[in-house]
Design a protein around this ligand. Structure first.
Ligand code: NDP
Length: 503
C-alpha cells in the first residue's frame, strides 16, 4: 500500500511544487508517521476498516441496521426530492408561498392538476446540465497554476488525511482556478459573445431539477455497484447488508475512478459549489430582466454567499481534513446532496427574490451585512485557529498569548498509545464549536436579506441548524469515544457547544 501511494506521489510530483515538491523520502516518512494516528481504537477495540470490529464512536454510518432505520432511510430518500419539487412549484406558481399548493389541494385540485404544475424535463435543460457536468470534469483535470501565482494559496497536488485502513490519497486541488475561469467564461459568453442569456440557469431551473435528480440517484447507484464490484479500497468500505441503508449512506469512503478522479472532492466541490455563485448571478440577471433593476437584497445575497464560496475554494486543501472528506462514506446522502440539495436548497434566497423583489431599508441592509460578515469572520477565524494550533503542535500565539490546551491520549488502530491536544484558548475556549456558530450567523443573514413575508427563504437556516446540531452531537460522540476521560476534562472546561450560556 505504501508503494501504491508513493507511486501516485511520483507521478504527481512531476508537475507540482511547494508541498508537493517534497522528496519521495519525505512523502514516505509523512505517510508512515501519520498512518493510523488519526484512527482511534473504539472502546478498546481497534477499528480495522472493512471488518466488524466495534461500533461505538464511529462516524458517518453504522454496521448494522434495524427496521426503523431502514424505513427512515427510504422515507428520507422520497421526502427530500418531493420537498425540493414542492418548493419549486410554490415559487413558480404561488410566488413562493408554501401554503399555495396545500390550499389548492384542500380546495379540490386533483392529482392530475398538481402533476401538470411540475416542471418539464426539457431537452434544453438536459443540454445545459450535461454540458456543465462535462465541462466540470474537464476542468477538474487541468493542472493548477494559481498556487504558482498566489503565494499564500495552497493548491496543486495535496496529501489527504489517513483513512481508517491506513490509506493516504493525493488530491488535485484546483477549485479556485476552476471557479475563476468558469466565471470569466460565463461573463464572456453571456455578454460579449452572447452565446446564451445570463439568466440561462433561471430559465432552465425547472428542467434542470429533473437532470440534477437523475444525476444524484444514478451517482448513488453507481457508487453502490462500484463498492461491491470494483472498490477503490476494499478495506475502507463499510457494508451493513441493508441495501437501502448502504445506498443512502454509502459504502466506499473514498471512491475514485482511476488514480485521480475523486468522487467526494469533485461532487462535493465542483458542479454544485462552482454553480452556486453562477446560479445566484443568473437569478440577479433575471430580476433585472423582469423589473429593470436589481434589489439591494439580491446584491446582499449574491455578495455574502460569494464570500462563502470563494472561501471554500481558497481553503480547499484545508477541507481535505474536514469531517465530510475524512469520515462520510459516498452514497445518496452526499451524491444527491451535492447534485440537488446544494444547488436547489442553498440558493433559495436568490430564487425567492426573483419572484419577490424585496427592497430593504438601509438599517435592514446594515444589520444583514454586519451579521453576515461577522458570522463569516468567526467561522473562518475559528477554523484557522484550530488548524494553526494543530500545525504548530501548540507552539504558537493565539489572541496574544501562548494557547492553553488539554493533553489527550488515545489508542490508535495499530494498538499504540497516541497523543493529541485539544485547544481551550481563543474561540475554542468560548464554545466547543464556534465555527458552526459563525456558519449559522452567516446563514441567518442570507435569510434575513429576504425580509419577513414568507417562510420559504428561511428553509436554509432551519436546514443548517439541523445539520450542524446533529453534526455537533455526532462529532462529540466520536471524540468522547476517542479521548474518553480527557474529553470530559475538555467539556468541563468548555461547557457549551454553540452559544455560551445557552447550548
Ligand atoms: P471541525 O472543523 O469543527 O472538526 C471537528 C474535529 O476537530 C473533532 O472531531 C476533533 O477531531 C477536532 N477538535 C474538536 N475540538 C477541538 C479542540 N478544542 N482543539 C483541537 N481540535 C479539536 O468540524 P467539521 O469538519 O464538521 O467542519 C468544518 C467547517 O465546515 C465548519 O466551519 C462547518 O461550519 C463547515 N461546514 C459547513 C457545511 C455546509 O453545508 N455549509 C457542512 C459541514 C460543515 P480530532 O479527532 O482531530 O481531535
Amino acid at each position: 500500500m505504501h508503494k501504491a501511494i508513493v507511486d501516485v506521489y511520483l507521478v504527481s510530483s512531476q508537475y507540482h511544487r511547494r508541498e508537493t515538491d517534497m522528496s519521495v523520502a519525505k512523502a514516505r516518512s509523512a505517510i508512515r508517521s501519520r498512518e493510523a494516528q488519526d484512527t482511534p481504537a473504539v472502546n478498546g477495540q481497534s477499528e480495522v476498516a472493512g471488518k466488524r470490529s466495534g461500533k461505538a464512536g464511529e462516524w458517518g454510518r453504522a454496521w448494522e441496521v434495524d427496521l426503523f432505520t431502514s424505513l427512515g432511510v427510504i422515507g428520507l430518500m422520497i421526502l427530500f426530492p418531493v420537498m425540493v419539487f414542492y418548493f419549486f412549484v410554490s415559487c413558480e406558481k404561488y410566488q413562493c408561498a408554501l401554503s399555495g399548493p396545500i390550499l389548492d389541494i384542500y380546495s379540490g385540485k386533483g392529482v392530475y392538476d398538481m402533476w401538470q404544475m411540475l416542471p418539464k424535463a426539457t431537452w434544453s435543460a438536459w443540454k445545459v446540465g450535461l454540458i456543465w457536468l462535462t465541462y466540470q470534469v474537464v476542468q477538474y483535470f487541468v493542472p493548477d497554476i494559481l498556487h504558482y501565482i498566489l503565494p499564500s494559496y495552497k493548491g496543486g497536488v495535496q496529501l489527504g488525511a489517513v483513512t481508517p485502513a491506513g490509506n493516504q490519497m493525493l488530491y488535485l486541488v484546483n477549485g479556485l482556478q476552476v471557479w475563476v475561469v468558469t466565471h470569466i467564461l460565463f461573463f464572456a459568453n453571456a455578454f460579449y459573445f452572447k452565446l446564451f442569456s445570463p439568466a440561462i440557469v433561471f430559465d432552465n431551473w425547472g428542467g434542470l431539477l429533473w437532470v440534477a435528480n437523475t444525476v444524484g440517484y444514478s451517482l448513488a447507484a453507481f457508487a453502490y455497484v462500484k463498492a461491491h464490484f470494483f472498490p477503490t479500497s476494499r478495506e475502507d468500505c463499510k457494508f451493513s447488508g441493508n441495501v437501502f441503508y448502504d445506498y443512502m449512506m454509502g459504502v466506499e469512503l473514498n471512491p475514485r475512478i482511476g488514480k485521480w478522479f475523486d468522487f467526494k472532492l469533485f461532487f462535493n466541490g465542483r458542479p454544485g459549489i462552482v454553480a452556486w455563485t453562477i446560479i445566484n448571478l443568473s437569478f440577479a440577471f433575471k430580476q433585472y430582466e423582469l423589473y429593470g433593476y436589481v434589489t439591494n437584497s439580491m446584491i446582499l445575497v449574491n455578495f455574502l454567499q460569494a464570500i462563502y464560496v470563494v472561501d471554500y475554494f481558497w481553503n480547499e486543501t484545508w477541507y481535505l481534513n474536514t469531517i465530510d472528506i475524512c469520515h462520510e462514506h459516498f452514497g445518496w446522502y452526499l451524491g444527491w446532496g451535492d447534485s440537488v440539495g446544494l444547488p436547489y436548497l442553498y440558493t433559495l434566497q436568490g430564487l425567492y427574490l426573483v419572484y419577490n423583489p424585496v427592497s430593504l431599508s438601509y438599517l435592514h441592509c446594515a444589520i444583514v451585512l454586519t451579521l453576515g460578515l461577522s458570522g463569516y469572520y468567526i467561522f473562518r477565524d475559528v477554523n484557522h485557529q484550530k488548524d494553526y494550533f494543530r500545525r504548530n503542535d501548540g507552539n504558537c500565539i493565539i489572541w496574544g498569548k501562548k494557547p492553553e490546551y488539554i493533553q489527550c491520549s488515545y489508542t490508535s488502530s495499530d494498538g499504540k498509545q497516541r497523543q493529541s491536544k485539544l485547544l481551550v484558548s481563543g474561540w475554542w475556549g468560548v464554545t466547543r464549536h464556534m465555527n458552526y456558530t459563525g456558519d449559522l450567523m452567516g446563514s441567518l443573514a442570507y435569510c434575513l436579506a429576504t425580509g419577513f413575508e414568507h417562510l420559504l427563504p428561511y428553509f436554509y437556516i432551519i436546514h443548517m441548524v439541523t445539520l450542524l446540531v446533529h453534526r455537533c452531537l455526532r462529532d462529540e460522540h466520536r471524540c468522547k469515544c476517542k479521548y474518553g476521560k480527557d474529553w470530559d476534562v475538555y467539556t468541563a472546561r468548555v461547557p457549551y457547544r454553540l452559544i455560551p450560556g445557552v447550548f
